[in-house]
Design a protein around this ligand. Structure first.
Ligand code: F6R
Length: 609
């Protein structure tokens, strides 16, 4: 969703801001803008454009925007249409205050009505009220004016502000929408995530909710809403600029699909114990006694992360024998979930910023559950708000459609299940089988990636179809769901996913020679059951693409097209079997000329409800 970048220092701000906006493009946006403060001439120049950063950059060619202080924004429209007037930065009446904002100001209508008697509004956005509120409170101290303004505001914000009359200062405030400060040599960056600053610094300060930061040339001062100073640690992050490049791949998504064999090793490293046949995830922060008392696990997530969680459910129930539920976060938070102190709740999230997942975890915490996070983005809100948990170490995931985070989330969930299982019913020998399967998984993922050229040919063959049905059973049902979601997201082809056994209860009516089926038929305990479902499809003459185990010649005879993948332990199959489906969606989208990395209407990090 919306992205923020700001800079104060010795360098020209504009190139840093534009490069930063490009780094934020992955979040999804529909307009962009930049404002630079020229301290010598005490002027603020602002340029905004609807559409891509390239359009903004084109417009900027006709401008001179000198200055070493500036802020910029990518907007994903919520309040008000996609227009230049609604694009950020927004200003007050005189153009002295300039504001960029992520989040939603819930009481903006009342505030706008009140302010309209003395202030002139130029946009339909909720954000603009903040600029006018700051104008109303400004008496020479920008930080104080922001603090005062925010006392009137209800809602969420990641906010960055400049004032023409405080030319060597930027003020940033956070409540419910992340902000990170990058610490350079007598220069500071501020952004909605670390990606715009990775080229310059890996020293960062994560702002927490309720904190306001004042950045000048020489220092960062952080206060709370009562203007009391807060001492914060500067943290070193291990992601670097190289990890955020396409490295010769045509798209981030393809690069991230191919990253998987490498980053899964990062998720497993130091966590598997071969001798004991277990895994150890230190971040769990629970004693064995507390672990024994866990009676129920709830995995809370959205979208792709919820499909990873589904695999986690199989693993927890099979290995640890603990009843496990998956709850889609937006549903969980508005039900009246039954939670007791023996419930362990995991938030499962790539970004760690998904608004619904965060709210659901807060609800679970309020009701007394153990709450832990399984997260990719270091320093994200989920990582900070939970009482423990684990980073999945997938590295920056910049394509909107999640791929490598999904497989790493699964790996961590299975390791957790093993860790719990070994405290109750899993033997050393069984535990060792899981550990050994993990030790071979990276090499098998590399083999699964070798299907890419064949998958592209299949995509060529099927590119004209308007619908697909994805089928899987057992642990491969979440794989079918994920394959279908990827197809919808990036190629905009309608697809549905069903458990194989559910076909004859309705969806089979859809099947015809115009409705291809993608089915997962790998060698596991449900092979014969799935095979029967496939016979039912063949009888309806629907074109059939199978994901099958290497060496299964029967599968070749059954289907129109087969993609062979290496065999692994059943529990780990989703890590392998999802790869050709990621590739199928990718190649299909490329062939159809879609914007693979930034599909329409989608945002990478869904920070609003
Ligand atoms: C799909 C996708 C989304 C996310 C979902 C949750 O490719 O990326 O469905 O999985 O929005 O996001 P996180 O994992 O950041 O909580």
């Amino acid at each position: 969703m919306c992205g923020i970048v700001g800079y104060i220092g010795k360098k020209e701000a504009l190139p840093i801001l534009i490069k930063g906006l490009r780094r934020l493009e992955y979040r999804g946006y529909d307009s962009a803008g930049v404002a630079v403060l020229d301290a010598d001439n005490v002027t603020v120049k602002r340029v905004r454009a609807v559409g891509k950063i390239d359009t903004l950059a084109e417009k900027l060619k006709a401008e001179t925007m000198a200055g070493t202080v500036g802020i910029a924004h990518t907007r994903w429209a919520t309040h008000g249409g996609v227009t230049e007037d609604n694009a950020h930065p927004h200003t007050d009446c005189s153009g002295a205050v300039t504001v960029v904002h992520n989040g939603i100001i819930e009481n903006y209508r009342e505030l706008k009505k009140r302010l309209s008697t003395k202030h002139v509004f130029k946009s339909e956005t909720d954000t603009e009220v903040i600029a006018h509120l700051i104008e109303a409170h400004y008496k020479g101290d920008l930080r104080l004016a922001v603090e005062m303004a925010l006392t009137h505001v209800q809602g969420t914000y990641g906010l960055v502000v400049m004032h023409r009359d405080s030319p060597r200062k930027i003020v940033a405030a956070r409540l419910g929408s992340p902000l990170v400060i990058g610490v350079g040599d007598k220069e500071y960056y501020v952004a909605s995530d670390t990606s715009p600053m990775l080229a310059y610094t890996q020293q960062v300060i994560f702002l927490d909710d309720g904190e306001i930061a004042e950045l000048t040339d020489s220092e960062v001062k952080i206060v709370n809403h009562h203007d009391q100073k807060i001492d914060k640690h500067t943290e070193q992050i291990d992601w670097d600029e190289a990890a955020a490049q396409t490295n010769g791949f045509a798209h981030f998504m393809l690069k991230e699909i191919f990253d998987q064999p490498t980053v899964i090793k990062d998720a497993l490293r130091g966590r598997l114990q071969v001798e004991e046949g277990t895994a150890h995830l230190g971040g769990l922060n629970m004693t064995e006694e507390q672990m024994h008392k866990v009676r129920r696990v709830i995995l809370i997530a959205c979208g792709t992360a919820s499909y990873a969680a589904m695999v986690g459910k199989y693993a927890f129930e099979r290995l640890a024998g603990i009843p496990t539920e998956i709850d889609v976060a937006s549903e969980f938070r508005y039900r009246d979930p039954i939670i007791d102190p023996h419930t362990l709740v995991f938030g499962v999230s790539q970004s760690g910023e998904t608004a619904d997942t965060l709210a659901a975890l807060r609800e679970a915490k309020r009701k007394g559950a153990y709450v832990r996070g399984i997260v990719n983005v270091v320093g994200s809100t989920m990582a900070r708000e939970t009482d423990g948990g684990t980073y999945i170490h997938a590295g920056p995931e910049l394509a909107v459609a999640s791929t490598k985070a999904y497989t790493n989330l699964i790996a961590v969930l299975i390791m957790y299940a093993l860790q719990f299982g070994r405290t109750n019913r899993v033997t050393v020998a069984t535990g060792q089988r899981v550990v050994n399967a993990f030790l071979e998984i990276s090499e098998k993922m590399t083999r699964a990636l070798k299907t890419s050229a064949a998958v592209r040919q299949i995509a060529e063959k099927y590119r004209g179809y308007k619908n697909f049905l994805f089928l899987g059973r057992g642990i491969n049902y979440p794989v079918a769901l994920e394959g279908s979601l990827k197809m919808k997201e990036i190629s905009y082809i309608h697809s549905e996913a069903y458990p194989g056994g559910e076909m004859k209860h309705g969806p089979i009516a859809l099947l015809s020679p115009e409705f291809p089926v993608v089915a997962i038929l790998t060698k596991n305990q449900l092979y014969d059951k799935m095979r029967s479902n496939i016979e039912e499809i063949r009888a309806r003459k629907a074109p059939l693409i199978l994901i099958a185990t290497e060496g299964d010649e029967d599968a070749r005879a059954l289907a129109d097209d087969v993609i062979f993948v290496p065999q692994t332990m059943e529990l780990l199959e989703p890590i392998i079997n999802t790869i050709p489906l990621q590739l199928f969606a990718y190649h299909m989208a490329v062939l159809l000329g879609k914007d693979v990395d930034r599909p329409r209407n989608l945002a990478k990090s869904v920070t609003v409800e």
